[in-house]
Design a protein around this ligand. Structure first.
Ligand code: CFM
Length: 544
């Protein structure tokens, strides 16, 4: 790869380059998932195709439905025993690899260091695995006496037809003091982990939210939805919230407990960080209990300040608003000093971000604060609303894959439904520019002419890097080494490599320092694989 930078490039040429090698049918499909941001001045931005099956043969970055359910939503809860019903690999590879941290708290109840699995064998596939599952639940109960046990289905469980829900019901009745429930989150159930989020949202809402009836007396009670405490992000956010005097009743689900979920209905506002993974719970909390929700983002110091102010404005209490301003004034000077220092080296550097269903958007805030420009970005499994904003939801085509995921009916609770604001109060806030239930998505925040790509794959990732030579590429472990081999620094934005937290004020400082070092390092551009230095055999493919 040449070390000279392409300064001028035409996004249409780049798109064409990416599609060139594909067979025509594949190219046509991929063309709808590669979008030049707001290509035309006059027309509405083109629709992006998202949340559809990856074309067979393409090496996707996506994960499976089980990963979204067990790994993402339920996994970070420390005092629920999460049993993977399936072959051992599914449980093992989803065991702490996401770096969702936890603090055991005064009760010390923490099952996260354990990997619970039924370890299905050939004979269980042939004769059925229900008995083995029953025995596993009993064993976990006898050993730990947890408040809850969750069962996660892997692909073979769905294929052989084990009734995990019947087993869960039976064991819940038998054990008496342990909430046992199951998830039909077989890996193949949806087109990505996104389906697993939805399945987890439904089940945790049905079986757990609202169970703790004990009223809560604290002030300014919120739920923090879609924060998973990766690399300690949630610890930093909780520190800031506490300093402001805001009570976080329940985080879904970073560093969370059974009781947090069970008490979520006591909050007066739901703050949604990751819209993709948890918007279903936000909506259901509103429908059933009358708790409004707003979109927040604690990635980026400015974004954190803005989100705190948004919470303050909702409660509308002078004492809280003053405290929030005091906290921001106290935290910002350090952040600004470091930002100013790194900016002298990072200004004008370029990045690409291809992560999950929200970080490819949120992290652009941090890069902006460093004066860095995002050339290209996209989600692995975002839906159209995560790109184009929630206003497109009514136009989203429901296909067979989405129908596969249950839509549950939720109604206002006859006793507990209590609108937190009157219609007039809501209207007054909205008239003043306040947005409820609103998310604008990634597209409006990206520059014109940048390239937005859904479900980027291995081939396109390498091609993009080759053509645009970014100063930094952000994705996950599957992409890490191939990008570094192209001579470009790579930062994992799922697990944060071994770093973090990056949320809140202290997190922003961590991020600035780390990215400064990464984009300033020349080491990757000196790298040459042995076969590049001394080719032993050269050949061409038949199509070349
Ligand atoms: Fe939400 Fe996440 Fe993300 Fe996600 Fe994920 Fe994750 Fe992610 Mo990896 S819940 S959509 S399914 S912010 S595990 S903490 S980093 S892909 S961008």
């Amino acid at each position: 790869m040449s070390k000279t930078k392409v300064v001028q490039w035409d996004p249409a040429d780049i798109k064409e380059e990416l599609l060139k090698k594909y067979p025509p049918k594949v190219a046509r499909k991929r063309a709808k998932q590669i979008m030049i941001n707001e290509a035309t001045e006059s027309e509405a931005p083109p629709e992006i195709v998202a949340n559809v099956r990856t074309i067979p043969g393409i090496i996707t970055m996506r994960g499976c439905t089980y990963a979204g359910c067990k790994g993402v939503i339920m996994g970070p809860t420390r005092d629920i025993v999460n049993i993977t019903h399936g072959p051992i690999g599914c449980g093992f590879y989803s065991w702490l690899t996401r770096r969702n941290q936890t603090s055991a708290g005064p009760d010390g109840e923490n099952y996260m260091p354990y990997c619970f699995s039924t370890d299905m064998q050939d004979q269980d596939i042939i004769f059925g695995g229900e008995k083995k599952l029953e025995a596993a639940i009993q064993e976990a109960y006898d050993l730990f006496h947890p408040k809850g046990i969750c069962i996660f289905s892997t692909c073979p469980v769905g294929l052989i037809g084990d009734d995990v829900h019947a087993v869960a019901r039976k064991m819940k009745a038998k054990l008496g003091d342990c909430n046992v429930f199951a998830f039909s989150c077989e890996g193949y159930k949806g087109v990505s982990q996104s389906a697993g989020h939805h399945i987890a949202n439904n089940q945790v809402f049905t079986h757990l939210v609202g169970e703790n009836k004990e009223p809560r007396k604290e002030e300014y009670k919120i739920n923090l939805l879609g924060e998973y405490n990766i690399g300690g992000d949630g610890f930093e956010i909780d520190r800031v919230l506490k300093k402001c005097g805001i009570t976080n009743i329940a985080t879904f689900s970073g560093n969370s407990t059974y009781d947090q979920f069970a008490s979520a209905q006591h909050a007066d506002l739901s703050c949604v960080m990751c819209h993709r993974s948890i918007n279903y719970v936000a909506d259901m909390l509103e429908t059933k209990y009358g708790i409004p929700w707003i979109k927040v983002n604690f990635i980026g110091a400015e974004a954190t300040a803005k989100s705190l102010r948004k919470i303050g404005e909702y409660f509308g209490d002078k004492k809280l608003i003053a405290k929030i301003e005091e906290v921001i004034a106290e935290e910002m000077p350090e952040v600004e000093a470091i930002a100013k220092d790194v900016r002298s080296r990072t200004e004008g550097k370029t990045a690409m971000l291809f992560v999950g269903g929200s970080r490819a958007h949120h992290y652009q805030e941090l890069f902006n604060e460093m004066g860095m420009k995002t050339l290209s970005a996209g989600y692995e499994f975002g839906h159209r609303d995560d790109y184009e904003g929630r206003r497109v939801i009514p136009d989203i085509k429901v296909d067979a894959d989405s129908r596969n995921i249950e839509e549950i009916e939720v109604e206002a609770d006859p006793e507990l439904y209590r609108p937190r604001k009157t219609e007039a109060e809501i209207k007054a806030l909205e008239d003043a520019g306040y947005d409820f239930k609103h998310y604008d998505g990634l597209n409006p925040d990206m520059d014109k002419g940048t390239i937005i790509i859904d479900d980027l794959n291995q081939y396109e990732a390498e091609k993009l890097v080759e053509l645009l030579k970014p100063d930094l590429f952000c994705a996950g472990i599957k992409e890490k080494f191939s990008i570094q081999k192209l001579g470009v620094p790579m930062k994992q934005l799922h697990s944060y490599d071994s770093g973090g937290p990056y949320a809140g004020f202290k997190g922003a400082v961590n991020f600035y320092k780390e990215i400064d070092r990464l984009v300033g390092s020349k080491v990757w551009s000196y790298m040459k694989a042995p076969w590049q230095e001394n080719p032993e055999l050269t050949a061409t493919f038949v199509w070349e």
